[in-house]
Design a protein around this ligand. Structure first.
Ligand code: GLN
Length: 494
């Protein structure tokens, strides 16, 4: 029998359906890898019994000749931003420690309905704010990758979906959920040599996903390859009347529609993404990507996204503004932590709970968000940032009259050592420079592994598509994947 933990979503589903192995055997194999990988700190809570329970249900359905779902027999990791009924859900924050939701998020419910099982709740940056997974109250995740210099420097798995990226790269799960507000699926995928797609805003319901910045937050899959992402996204997506911004559109059959032939397609290369002093390995990988797209039959066109340089500052106003409002609900009354000093009144309890419960990065965002929304500064910052957001959307709209899909690096560099940027928020925020524009415009965007840099670390290439055109993104991603031939994986040291 194949080494089950080397398999991805499609291979597991097919093996289970064909009776090559049972879903229980798959769940047991991944549960064992999870249990042996404590050093990576990828999970906040493990739920081996849930994985087994779902597997047994799939095996029973198969034995009874019942039809199997799209994710039948596939155990997955669930980012701890998705509310899971009866299972602690923390957003990696002390303020939610001990919170066991009475409800299930729509996305996770959709996955369970499709036959997936839960291996556990994955670590992340606190409230999904961060790019290195170092803001988690439950400690940082360590990337399974190491540089090829013989040193043992612990590297960042990316963030905020750092538990998801580390778990998939280290074969603790064949796939995991992620969420992406400004890059949190794509950047960690790029850092760990895996594939992740953020769909068009509204494709996946936000109901039951702990809110960070509601106009940007989107869920998506993180897995080994494009096909696995297509399968899992189909299972996750769909209209949900419980989310007012949910797209009321049928979910396309992305897996069946996969086609790597790029003949007749125009791939746009945005001039403004070529930045001064760019990492030479990243530049080289972008050039490789362009050559692969040509080889797949695409026509390469240079495009302009003139407002790109304003995207990052606009994001770091809009996202904190929305966060400051969303996080107002954590007051010590309704969820998780309560800090009630002796003789304290209600206001003191709110203040004490929030002071104790939120981490430094979360507090920084709440302060920035409150400031930019305050009466005297609203127009100067928030209104201005919203105008920039509109201009960025127009840039993309214009670009998509000249091309079908956009190719760019996912991140300006490969992974960096833990601790390197944690005291320098601006350096940390710069990680998001290539991922934030598509988020502001609500567009589908994916990261595909493109190769290793000089240090032996993965780099990702990003594909950005027009609204609702996940298929175009997945297809271009498949063409890249087939030519990149990325098979590298981290040597096991944990
Ligand atoms: N790194 C970005 C931030 O810190 C994006 C996070 C995300 O997409 N959730 O805001």
């Amino acid at each position: 029998m194949a080494n089950l933990t080397e398999l991805g979503v499609a291979a597991i589903r097919e093996g289970v359906a064909g009776g090559e192995f049972s879903a229980r055997e798959v769940a047991e194999a991944f549960n064992a890898n999870v249990a042996a990988a404590g050093e990576l700190n990828a999970f906040i809570v493990t739920t081996p019994e849930k994985a087994l329970e779902a597997a047994d249900a799939v095996d029973a359905d198969r034995a009874a000749g019942k039809p199997l779902g799209k994710m039948a027999g596939v155990p997955i990791g669930m980012k701890d931003l998705f509310a899971t009924h009866g299972v602690q859900t923390t957003a990696a924050s002390h303020i939610l420690e001990g919170f066991k939701p009475e409800y299930e998020s729509t996305v996770s419910a959709n996955l369970w309905k499709a036959g997936a099982g839960m291996l556990g709740k994955l670590n992340l940056d606190q409230f999904a704010m961060g790019s290195s997974n170092e803001t988690s109250y439950f400690g940082n995740v360590v990337s399974p990758w190491r540089r090829n210099d013989g040193g043992n420097a612990a590297l960042a798995p990316g963030g905020s979906s750092g538990g998801s990226s580390a778990a998939v790269a280290a074969r603790l799960a064949p796939a995991a959920t992620g969420t992406d507000t400004g890059g949190s699926i794509r950047q960690p995928a790029a850092f760990t040599g895996i594939t992740g797609i953020k769909p068009t805003y509204g494709r996946c319901s936000r109901w039951g996903v702990v809110a960070f910045a509601s106009s940007l937050d989107q869920a998506g899959p993180m897995a080994h390859d494009v096909r696995d992402c297509a399968i899992m996204l189909e299972a996750m997506a769909g209209f949900d009347p419980k989310d007012a911004t949910s797209l009321d559109m049928p979910v396309p059959e992305w897996e069946a529609g996969l086609n790597a032939d790029m003949n007749g397609k125009r791939v746009g290369i945005p001039r403004e993404y070529r930045m001064d002093g760019m990492d030479q390995d990243v530049v080289k990988s972008w050039e490789d990507g362009i050559a692969w797209m040509k080889d797949a039959g695409a026509e390469i066109v240079e495009i302009s996204l003139p407002h790109t340089k304003y995207a990052l500052p606009a994001y770091y106003i809009i996202a904190p503004a929305e966060a400051s409002s969303n996080l107002a609900r954590y007051d010590g009354v309704r969820y998780g932590l309560r800090d009630l000093p002796d003789g304290a009144g209600l206001q003191d309890m709110y203040a004490a709970t929030r002071a104790e419960g939120f981490g430094d990065e979360v507090k920084r965002r709440i302060l920035i968000g409150t400031y930019v929304l305050s009466a005297g500064f609203y127009d100067a910052y928030y209104t201005q940032a919203q105008k920039v957001r509109t201009l960025i959307s127009h840039d993309f709209k214009n670009a998509f009259t000249e091309c079908d899909v956009i190719l760019a690096p996912t991140t300006p560099t490969a992974s960096f050592p833990l601790g390197d940027k944690v005291d320098d928020p601006l350096a940390m925020y710069l990680n998001d420079v290539f991922s934030v524009p598509a988020s502001l415009a609500g567009l589908p965007a994916m990261s595909v592994p493109a190769g290793l840099n000089g240090d032996g670390l993965p780099m990702g290439l990003q594909l950005i598509g027009n609204a609702f055109d996940e298929q175009g993104v997945l297809n271009a991603g498949l063409a890249l994947e087939q030519r990149a031939g990325f098979t590298a994986k981290p040597d096991k040291w944990w």
